[in-house]
Ligand binder design. Structure first.
Ligand code: NDP
Ligand code: 8X3
Length: 255
């Protein structure tokens, strides 16, 4: 059966937070969606929710697993291969500790996921974009990619890498009609801190106490605008702080 497709957007890390909100937002623009993550039950639930309005395909892979990434993208049915928008969102912080005290497994998770994983997914998808001379890659970096803070050195290093990758991809791919948007959120209330603190919900909730944190939907709005902008406009780099935030670790909290 040949399906007629709308524009296709692939979102990594669509099972939670910013990725999930972005999937919901892209439905408003009638994009068909390839939603990715490791938690299949969440992918299935989101697919069931969204497919009343658009076509949805799920891909389950760990971005750190190079073979799994390339096999997953390769496995897409023919009608799903012409990906027009890639949202490289999957990622997390693991732990909050000094370099001296940090857990090397946490470093591997961050560097392998936030940096190498983003590169694997991108490498799997850009040949098609180059062939079609069309595409848009949205990389989710962070304000941690602009500044370094104590105990977050390796996470910050991973996001500084995303900054370099976005800049470099723009230099390499603009000539092929491919836009690159680098998005740097500040404090967004998602499962991010729960992952960072290894499931300690109380500690995670404290991060967002005393001020109004960003919502995942705020970031999804920016991504959606960047993707919808006319061909003459490239949103190259966008930083979004919470209203009470002036830097990653400077947040004006009320008691
Ligand atoms: P969440 O923890 O809510 O979501 C993270 C998403 O990434 C999940 O869908 C998770 O899916 C996916 N993911 C994580 N690791 C892997 C992996 N190895 N393989 C595949 N998927 C993975 O956090 P956010 O929504 O907040 O984070 C999304 C992005 O935004 C991240 O890159 C984060 O660094 C960035 N960011 C977040 C900020 C915040 O304050 N929340 C601020 C700035 C940037 P699953 O577990 O199902 O695989
Ligand atoms: C997440 C935001 O400030 O915790 O990237 O690093 S921060």
């Amino acid at each position: 059966m040949i399906l007629t497709m709308n524009k296709i957007t692939l979102i990594t890390g669509a099972t939670s937070g910013i990725g999930q909100a972005t999937a919901r937002k892209m439905v408003e623009s009638k994009h068909d969606l390839i939603i990715c993550g490791r938690r299949q039950e969440r992918l299935d639930a989101l697919k069931a929710e969204l497919e009343e309005n658009v076509k949805v395909y799920t891909l389950n892979f760990d971005v750190r697993n190079r073979e799994a990434v390339f096999a997953a993208i390769e496995s897409l049915p023919e009608e799903w291969k012409a990906i027009e928008v890639l949202v490289n969102n999957a990622g997390n912080a693991h732990g909050l500790d000094t370099v001296a005290g940090g857990d090397v497994d946490d470093w591997d998770a961050m560097i392998d996921g936030n940096v190498k994983g983003l590169l694997y997914v991108t490498k799997a998808i850009i040949p098609g974009m180059i062939e079609r001379q069309k595409g848009h890659i949205v990389n989710i970096s962070s304000v941690a990619g602009k500044y370094t803070y104590e105990k977050g050195v390796v996470y910050c290093a991973s996001k500084h890498s995303v900054e370099a990758i976005s800049e470099g991809l723009r230099l390499e791919l603009t000539q092929h009609g491919i836009k690159i948007t680098n998005v740097c959120p500040g404090a967004v209330n998602t499962e991010f801190s729960e992952v960072r603190f290894k499931g300690d919900k109380e500690k995670a909730d404290k991060v967002y106490e005393g001020f109004e944190a960003l919502k995942a939907e705020d970031i999804a709005d920016v991504i959606s605008y960047a993707v919808k902008a006319p061909a003459r406009v490239t949103l190259a780099d966008v930083t979004i702080y919470a209203g009470a935030q002036a830097a990653p670790t400077v947040i004006y909290k009320q008691d």
